[in-house]
Design a protein around this ligand. Structure first.
Ligand code: ZN
Ligand code: ZN
Length: 418
């Protein structure tokens, strides 16, 4: 096999593995071959290795591997960040010297900015406080968002941090702290994505999207120019009159002279759709006014609703509340109209337990009837991601019933994957 084919195969295999690893756990793909492959690669295959090792060495090899794996996955360490930086830096080292003499001054300045941005946003996303909740700032985080009484109920304590969990927060096992408006723990930035760095994470994704798309397009453009100097009828889209074998032979000829640049271009083109998909998904969650953590919780709720385990009853706006457990949240214009609970026996929650709200419990069968109080419309949601203590302008404080008419209920946006 010639080196070009080997490089293409290796890049394809890496891109595919990364795709399965990242997307295999998404609720949206739960019932697709991607999730099936994810389970095969990350659950069934390790399980098989484990049982073979158990039989051969009483599990000694896997115990050592597990120790390394735990260090890698459950401790904070910069291995993946270094890997990410290396992939970018090595590709740029192979690519830039080659294209530099062939591009104009204005293209050079665009290239410099495009190359620099991902490093800047990576640094900012890694180094920013993602929203660690401490005893000192706990009161502040308690007042940032109201409890929605569906995903987040007042009065729950984090057993590790030993304080009440603020609405939208989550305890991260890797960071070993509670994170405000937690999205997910990201190994590429060796930190959580949360209230303090969500905007840097979004800009990191966007700048990497631009880098790979621009790098790929520029590489293809130069490659095309080079091949056409010798073979003027060649074009990126195979010309009708040209046989495929000749098309690929000329493409191979073009790449062979500049194998380093060709490999970097190919890597950029293959990884670009993946990063764009991740960026669009992150933006979509913001459009829905939710986080990765919350979207997973809603997906579980949806299953409970389908199975008849979810109930709700009205919450009066002027209900008495314990301000120690549920402080006022003057910043947020929306508050819950119902309490929603899932029970284990498909029977309504017990009246003895003194849950908030009044009246009869009724079944919730569908997310269509549920309002997401954290969704204030795309621009406000984006404002809340970008600005600490974001304040809502006029109109955002109108009664929830009117907001709902604008389409802020959960399923009008198909916010939660089927
Ligand atoms: Zn905690
Ligand atoms: Zn974390």
């Amino acid at each position: 096999m010639d080196p070009l084919k080997k490089i293409i195969l290796v890049i394809l295999a890496i891109s595919f593995m990364v795709f399965v690893t990242f997307f295999g756990r998404l609720p949206a793909l739960r019932k697709t071959p991607v999730a099936w492959l994810y389970r095969l690669i990350w659950i069934h295959f390790p399980g098989l290795v484990l049982s073979i090792d158990q039989a051969l060495t009483s599990g000694r090899v896997t115990r050592s591997l597990a120790w390394i794996y735990n260090r890698l996955m459950h401790d904070r360490h910069p291995t993946i960040v270094i890997f990410f930086v290396l992939i970018m830096a090595v590709s740029e080292y192979l690519y830039l010297p080659h294209i530099w003499p062939k591009i104009s001054l204005s293209t050079k300045s665009t290239v410099v900015v495009t190359v620099f941005m991902p490093y800047l946003f990576l640094y900012l996303a890694c180094s920013a406080d993602p929203g660690y909740i401490t005893r000192q700032n706990h009161a502040y985080h308690m007042s940032l968002y109201p409890y929605d009484h569906a995903l987040f109920h007042p009065g729950n304590e984090c057993r590790t941090c030993r304080f009440l969990k603020p609405p939208r927060s989550k305890h991260c096992d890797v960071c070993k702290r509670c994170i405000a408006r937690a999205d997910h723990h990201c190994v590429f930035i060796n930190s959580c994505v949360g209230y303090g760095n969500h905007h840097w994470f979004l800009l990191l994704l966007l700048s990497t999207c631009v880098l790979t798309a621009y790098g790929g397009a520029l590489g293809l453009y130069l490659l095309k120019a080079k091949i056409r100097e010798q073979y003027p009828t060649w074009s990126l889209w195979p010309p009708k009159e040209m046989e495929f074998s000749r098309y690929f032979a000329l493409l191979g000829w073009g790449l062979h002279g500049d194998i380093r640049m060709g490999a970097s271009t190919l890597l950029a083109l293959l990884t670009s759709p993946l990063i764009w998909a991740l960026f669009i998904y992150t933006l979509f969650l913001i459009y829905c006014g939710t986080t990765t953590n919350e979207s997973m919780k809603w997906t579980d709720y949806k299953e409970d609703m389908n199975d008849g385990y979810a109930f709700r009853r009205p919450l009066a706006p002027n209900r008495p509340r314990n301000l120690r457990l549920e402080p006022l949240c003057p910043r947020w214009p929306s508050s819950p109209e119902h309490i929603i609970l899932a029970t284990e026996d498909a029977q309504p929650p017990s009246y003895e337990k003194n849950y908030p709200g009044q009246g009869e419990w009724e079944h919730v069968w569908d997310l269509k009837t549920v309002e997401n109080i954290y969704d204030m419309g795309f621009w406000h949601n984006l404002g809340d991601v970008f600005a600490a203590n974001y304040t809502f302008g006029e109109g955002a404080g109108e009664p929830p019933a009117e907001r709902r008419q604008r389409g802020r209920s959960l399923s009008t946006k198909a916010a939660y994957p089927q």
